[in-house]
Design a binder for this molecule. Structure first.
Ligand SMILES: [Zn+2]
Length: 227
């Protein structure tokens, strides 16, 4: 796994299609650091932590989850520090936990080949709810940086959190640009709402889970011209 430097205080990892591992984000704060998304499993997370250590970056004290999907949240049990999610994300996680059974786990592994690859050789699936739950928005002050986490309408899921760092002119948006898994059909109205949310931010770059880093204008163009 590679770790990319956006600025002295913002980093993000490579994403991987094979095991559907999203890019994980990192914000280095003066008092503490914050990660964006936990990852697909503890294997994914630990590779990310190894990269942070190689770059002399402290492990995150907080990990903010962009949405409940397994590839972003199922490593929450193994994070350093505490996890943060919006209320809807946490409800989805609690629903998944309540539905769990050997049969349900089998169905989960069969959802997509990338999931079976992540959980190869009977690797245990561990799902836990978030430590800290917020509604609508949450401001985090790392001492030298202000981070604004807020919920947004997205065509991907009903629980998107955007993580906005105004001073660094960057936003992390998870998978919020996508349509719904697994058809990838994107509701036009929800896409419009998401466009408005991104357009309103004073950012140059937008970092998502499964794409190269976007210029804001390119992301907006792609969304506006999507069939
Ligand atoms: Zn997703």
């Amino acid at each position: 796994m590679e770790l990319y430097k956006y600025s002295d205080r913002i980093y993000y990892s490579a994403y991987e299609e094979e095991r559907d591992r999203p890019a994980l984000g990192y914000i280095r704060g003066e008092k503490f650091s914050v990660a964006i998304d936990a990852g697909h499993s503890d294997d994914h997370l630990n590779e990310f932590y190894e990269e942070l250590k190689k770059h002399d970056l402290p492990l995150p004290s907080l990990t903010v989850i962009t949405h409940w999907h397994w590839d972003h949240s199922f490593a929450m049990h193994a994070i350093n520090g505490l996890s943060v999610a919006n209320k809807r994300t946490n409800e989805h996680l609690l629903e998944f936990i309540a539905e769990r059974s050997p049969e349900h786990d089998k169905e989960f592994l069969a959802l997509d080949p990338s999931i079976a690859k992540e959980y190869i050789n009977g690797k245990e699936i561990v799902v836990i709810p978030a430590d800290i739950v917020f509604e609508d928005e949450l401001d985090i002050d790392t001492g030298d940086l202000k981070i604004r986490c807020f919920t947004a309408v997205s065509p991907h899921t009903d629980d998107a959190t955007l993580i906005y760092v105004p001073e660094e002119r960057v936003v992390f948006f998870g998978d919020a640009l996508s349509g719904v898994f697994p058809t990838w059909i994107a509701d036009k109205g929800k896409t419009e709402e998401f466009i408005k949310a991104i357009d309103a931010l004073q950012v140059d770059k937008c970092i998502g889970g499964h794409w190269p880093i976007y210029n804001k204008e390119d992301l907006l163009y792609e969304l506006r011209t999507r069939e």
